[in-house]
Design a protein around this ligand. Structure first.
Ligand SMILES: [Zn+2]
Length: 309
């Protein structure tokens, strides 16, 4: 997720113009981009890239604005694990975001991901469970490199604080005094990737606390659950989760600019309602209201929405 896309929040740019600006990529040439998991594509300028792209997407429908590249998707019931990194004392983010993890599965919103499938036409399911949490008391300090974020995940698994689950997505959630040195608040608000941990391919994500940089990473300063950082994180967690299940190894579903499904709708919310405290929300999951960015529907030509069908 790249924060620059927040320009769209201001309504100054249409979605199309916003994406064109964010990508800065012509699509009428033979440029091919691959996803980074951080919300932007990376130019594949190696020889034969366009021919390989054509071969990899052969047979994949191109009419919905996103292509299948042959890699796995996450099938069956998937699990959300949280690693609360830093100091969360006195912050009710754990209550809000645990609720969120317990209610996103089965929702009309997460059902969008069921329009994504693998080479055997097996579709992502709308089954997501909350798997539990671990705490990490600054084991890697307050400025985390990408490698240290993987270490945080690996430590939670190898110490037994969390189970090793190849159907899991492990979210490293950092308190507002912690940053990620590859670009939290300046290049992205969160990202997802995968790595080999204890011999298994483990999917994980970094999501920072937008309280550190609300103008970059929070959609609003008064939020439905009265905690702008936590409400901002809910939207980012949703984004990274849906990208993880449809593109866990960065070789399944993305477009020619390297945009994964949620990237194509980042920081757009559709129809908004007003909560009792004056904040905006666009969905209710369980007993709470949230303002969650839309996701790309891989059907009917492709479009952003908060539900499918
Ligand atoms: Zn993304």
């Amino acid at each position: 997720m790249r924060f620059a896309l927040r320009a769209g929040l201001l309504g100054a740019l249409t979605l199309t113009a916003m994406l064109a600006q964010a990508g800065g990529v012509k699509t009428d040439d033979e440029s091919v981009y691959r996803p980074t998991g951080k919300g932007y594509g990376e130019l594949d300028d190696s020889p034969g890239a366009f021919a390989r792209w054509k071969a990899a997407t052969k047979g994949s429908p191109t009419t919905n604005g996103i292509n299948y590249h042959g890699g796995p998707v996450m099938l069956g019931t998937n699990k959300i694990y949280y690693i609360w990194y830093g100091n969360w004392t006195g912050n009710n983010a754990p209550a809000i975001l645990t609720d969120f993890a317990q209610n996103i599965g089965g929702s009309p919103y997460f059902n969008i991901n069921t329009a994504y499938y693998n080479g055997s036409n097996a579709h992502v399911s709308n089954s997501v469970l909350y798997g539990g949490y671990a705490n990490d008391n600054y084991s890697q300090g307050t400025s985390l490199s990408d490698a240290q974020i993987q270490t945080v995940v690996a430590n939670a698994i190898t110490t037994g604080a969390l189970p090793k689950d190849t159907n899991g997505v492990y979210f490293v959630l950092t308190s507002a005094d912690v940053t990620a040195s590859s670009g939290f608040c300046t290049q992205y608000c969160g990202w997802h990737t995968h790595g080999t941990i204890d011999g298994s391919d483990i999917k994980y994500s970094f999501v920072g606390n937008p309280d550190r940089c609300p103008s970059s990473c929070a959609a609003q300063t008064t939020s439905p659950n009265g905690n702008a950082g936590a409400d901002g994180m809910a939207s980012i967690i949703a984004h990274e989760l849906e990208e993880a299940v449809t593109d866990p190894d960065l070789n399944a579903w993305y477009d020619r600019r390297g945009y994964e499904n949620a990237d194509k709708c980042a920081w757009t919310f559709g129809t908004e309602s007003t909560a009792s405290n004056g904040s905006k929300y666009n969905m209710t999951l369980g007993s709470r209201q949230y303002l969650i960015q839309r996701n790309w529907v891989n059907a009917s030509g492709g479009y952003c929405d908060v539900k499918y069908p």
